[in-house]
Design a protein around this ligand. Structure first.
Ligand SMILES: [Zn+2]
Length: 105
């Protein structure tokens, strides 16, 4: 089964990321983020964690921290400036939608 676009599962959260990028001088990443797919969910098992990978291979070169109103939100980019992993902590709204998606799969 094809992996979903972030916007298919988390439309509001995607808009939040694009907005926060525009506030951090990384607005150019917005169009890229809209094309990202949820490749795999983080399996750390932490109850606060709803992180996911957006590339088959996760090799982090730099990290962009976003000033989210709630929780912790970090974009991990590889050496090609592509987002490969999104770290999300303390966001029950995101976790709920991801759990719902997983249950429907
Ligand atoms: Zn995790």
């Amino acid at each position: 089964m094809a992996t979903p676009l972030i916007g298919e599962i988390l439309p509001d959260f995607l808009e939040e990321i694009v907005y926060l990028l525009s506030q951090t001088g990384e607005a150019a990443l917005g169009p890229h983020v809209r094309t990202l797919r949820i490749e795999s969910l983080c399996d750390c098992g932490h109850e606060e964690c709803s992180s996911f990978a957006t590339a088959a291979e996760v090799k982090v070169d730099r990290t962009v921290e976003l000033q989210s109103m709630e929780g912790i939100l970090l974009l991990d980019l590889n050496a090609d400036n592509q987002v490969c992993f999104i770290e999300i902590l303390g966001r029950p709204d995101v976790k709920y939608l991801l759990d719902d998606y997983t249950a429907r799969r």
